[in-house]
Write a protein that binds this ligand. Structure first.
Ligand code: F6P
Length: 520
């Protein structure tokens, strides 16, 4: 695909900006901080430490205009088919809209159905939390074992770790991987009599999830007796018939539709375990925070639009300055899983190589994302961020107010976050001792949450969802499919048959040797 004039202009602007120091841009542009600081839904985003000048940022906004981001956003919110290869809308916004909304998916009204499922969830949450819905022996549930993988795991796990009480009344455990060690760890110390198992799978065909669900049923029945596990099982799926065939009672199956992508699904019944563990008001708060970000994204002008400007800053680095990596560092232990969550959101959504029209893309697409909580990351990979040969932009995330632990820690934690962003940008010259020289000019974004609440967490996740969508529009790719995961699944099925002793096709010598060695 040939490059559009807007892309060429962005790259020219980035080249010019790349020759200037970020620090010097503050002197050249007295209103830089104000112009590049954005407020929405309880979040503040500072993009002034990004490498763009005013002209560079303007070229980026013009790229968004030329790429038709506004029209694409309208199509998204109107529930049009934006996932072309699967012929589906992507209506995660409908799931978090306040009661009385009127969203459509492919022309069909969906808000009423969304609210019905939410009501059923709320009733179930109340019943479990009050002890009304208990186990086979009449004991209330003290634990929820959440079984699911990818989008059916990462969101609930992130939300639980971010918002969980330190000593929960109902604890959540997660089993995602098809690794016996994971199942063993997830069930260790749990009493089946007091455990509710929630099986979450959009398709209800995922190998790992079904194997873990079967293991969980066996684990329950080993204590409760054969056929006695029904009251301990619930399911969440866009394929409720398959959940029924698995043996989960109809009134325990919470459905969502295929117009929600797995990695955008935590707002649906996929969040059921979190709602049980955290209580319904917390789950509602999460939805409300995301809905506030939706409203901002849908209505704010482009140059004041937080998800859009965050996307443009990333694209400026990725395409304008050819930086293929990005680090995400939350200075909040409770958000330590956020980089892992973003890996699926961004890399599964935008790790694509053909356009919506099936042609090779004209621009590099998603950056690889990695990260860990600060300050831990400082003592691990920050050496490379400061002095490595690649320039890796960083997203810093921090909380203005904390509410737990020793009070004296707050300032130390925040001082580190602020200082790292500053150090990356300003560097430190030391020509006599090259190993002590910090080149600086390494860009970052700084996201500040007033406090970590269900609302601000919902807004933060929705911010990244929408910025991922904007990037997909700029790159002209389908952000809502994930065909790249299919080949490995098919080959795993074949290899599994061979490990189990069956015949298989010809393999390369390396693959054949591994199978021969490990088959039993
Ligand atoms: O294999 C990738 C994937 O399809 C993800 O997109 C999805 O979130 C995950 O698997 C789990 O799928 P499911 O919810 O259907 O079990």
């Amino acid at each position: 695909m040939t490059e559009t004039p807007a892309w060429t202009a962005l790259k020219a602007a980035a080249k010019a900006d790349g020759a200037r120091r970020i620090r010097a841009l503050f002197d050249a542009e007295p209103d830089r901080l104000e112009g590049l600081t954005f407020e929405a839904a309880g979040l503040t985003l500072d993009l002034s430490k990004q490498p763009w000048s005013r002209e560079g940022a303007t070229a980026a906004v013009e790229l968004a205009v030329a790429a038709g981001v506004e029209a694409a956003r309208e199509r998204l919110f109107n529930g049009e088919i934006v996932n072309l290869t699967e012929g589906r809308p992507a209506m995660h916004m409908a799931l978090r809209a306040a009661a009385g909304a009127d969203f459509k998916a492919a022309g069909k009204a969906v808000s009423e159905e969304v609210e019905d499922v939410r009501d059923a969830m709320q009733d179930f949450v109340a019943a479990v939390r009050s002890g009304m819905a208990g186990g086979a022996t009449g004991r209330p549930f003290k634990s929820v074992l959440h079984i699911g993988i990818g989008g059916s795991d990462l969101g609930p796990r992130l939300i639980w770790e971010a918002l969980r009480p330190l000593v929960p009344e109902i604890q959540l455990r997660f089993a995602a991987n098809i690794d016996g060690a994971e199942f063993a760890a997830a069930t260790a110390g749990l009493d089946p009599e007091e455990t509710l198992v929630v099986v979450v799978s959009k398709t209800f065909t995922t190998q790992e999830t079904l194997a873990n669900a079967r293991a969980a049923k066996a684990w329950l029945e080993a204590k409760l007796g054969a056929g006695k596990a029904d009251s301990h099982l619930a399911a969440v799926s866009a394929n409720p018939a398959e959940a029924g065939r698995f043996g989960i009672a109809e009134d325990r199956v919470f459905a969502f539709r295929d117009w929600v992508g797995g990695r955008y699904s935590v707002w649906s019944a996929v969040g059921l375990s979190c709602a049980i563990g955290l209580g319904w008001p917390a789950f509602e708060g999460l939805l409300a925070g995301a809905a506030a970000m939706d409203e901002h994204f849908e209505t704010a002008p482009l140059d004041a639009n937080m998800p859009l400007m965050l996307a443009l800053a990333h694209v400026f680095n990725r395409n304008g300055l050819e930086r293929p990596l990005r680090a995400v560092v939350p200075y909040a232990r409770r958000l330590a899983l956020f980089p892992a969550y973003l890996q699926q959101l961004e890399m599964e959504s935008n790790g694509k190589r053909v356009t919506q029209g099936g042609l090779p893309v004209s621009q590099a697409t998603a950056a690889s994302v990695f990260g860990d909580a600060g300050t831990n990351g400082q003592h691990a990979f920050f050496q490379l961020l400061h002095q490595g040969t690649d320039i890796i932009p960083v997203d810093f995330i921090a909380l203005a107010e904390d509410h737990e632990g020793p009070k004296s820690h707050r300032n130390m934690l925040l001082a580190n976050a602020i200082a790292q962003a500053e150090a990356l940008m300003i560097g430190q010259e030391n020509l006599n001792e090259p190993h002590r020289h910090f080149p600086g000019d390494r860009p970052s974004s700084f996201i500040l949450l007033e406090r970590l609440t269900p609302e601000t967490l919902g807004a933060l996740i929705a911010l990244y969802e929408h910025k991922t969508f904007v990037e997909g529009v700029l790159w002209d790719i389908d952000s809502f499919d994930q065909w790249g995961v299919e080949l490995g699944k098919v080959l795993a099925g074949r290899v599994l048959r061979e490990l189990d002793g069956g015949d298989g096709p010809d393999h390369d010598p390396s693959t054949a040797a591994l199978i021969a060695r490990l088959a039993r």
